[in-house]
Design a protein around this ligand. Structure first.
Ligand SMILES: [Zn+2]
Length: 259
């Protein structure tokens, strides 16, 4: 009996030894592994262009293939995150174009072109990382809390086109530059209602330093602040974001994660 028991245990050990660890069974199928969650998962520039075209009808300028691909994809992922959060934005961004001359990272025109400026996007990962680290150490809070990164720069650009949705609702040309500026002024003014002039300045400054540039930038910064920091965003960001709440998806929101 003792001999039999020993044999049995030996067999059990042998079986156990050959059984792969449980985690091996949870590895998803090949299709699942290759599924693209957002623009950052595209492996080649061709895949990236196709992904933006197929999912968002956005044309990607071939000249962007000469830029830092990781940085371009990260900004694009921030843009698509904003589009997925505000599905009414779909179709509003029509083109990603390589831009020159400016020292900014990105720029957006109200007709739906997002410019990726070569002075930023042609730099190496290391250069951009150093630049962002320096900016984070800067206590002046140039951009909202947790928003000093390329993903959020992308969010900021897409957020610029939100005001146009209200213009369209009011049958005003949403691509009009002046109408966008006027509407932005009205939105910020309303969100600031009741605050004294000096308090108004302070409330805008609480979003970020860049939000003080003008009302158009204030809205883009407020949206970015609210998307990232939610209820911890600046008070004015929360009030401004409320205006655009109706353009948000109500259920099964995007499962895109920040990284
Ligand atoms: Zn801006």
């Amino acid at each position: 009996m003792k001999k039999f028991l020993c044999f049995f245990l030996g067999l059990l050990m042998l079986l156990t030894y050959n059984v792969p660890p449980i985690s091996a069974y949870s590895i998803p199928e090949k299709e699942e592994i290759e599924e693209i969650q957002d623009a950052r998962d595209c492996e080649t520039f061709y895949d990236f262009s196709k992904y933006m075209k197929d999912n968002y009808n956005i044309e990607v300028d071939r000249l962007l293939s000469g830029c830092n691909f990781n940085t371009v994809k990260t900004a694009a992922a921030g843009i698509e995150y904003t589009i997925n959060t505000y599905p009414a934005l779909k179709g509003r961004i029509k083109e990603f174009k390589l831009g020159y001359y400016y020292d900014y990272a990105l720029g957006t025109s109200f007709d739906g072109t997002v410019y990726f400026f070569s002075n930023f996007f042609s730099k190496s990962d290391k250069y951009i990382e150093d630049l962002l680290t320096k900016a984070k150490k800067n206590k002046t809070k140039y951009h909202p809390t947790n928003c000093e990164n390329v993903f959020c720069y992308g969010m900021h650009e897409a957020a610029h086109l939100l005001t146009g949705l209200i213009l369209e609702e009011e049958n005003i040309d949403y691509e009009s530059y002046m109408s966008n500026i006027q509407k932005a002024k009205d939105i910020v003014k309303e969100a600031l209602e009741g605050a004294s002039y000096s308090m108004q300045e302070q409330k805008i400054y609480e979003i970020s330093q860049y939000a003080t540039t003008n009302e158009v930038e204030c809205i883009a910064e407020a949206i970015c602040d609210h998307l990232i920091n939610e209820e911890k965003a600046a008070e004015l960001s929360i009030k401004i974001a409320e205006v655009f709440e109706k353009y948000k998806k109500t259920s099964e929101n995007s499962d895109v994660s920040f990284y």
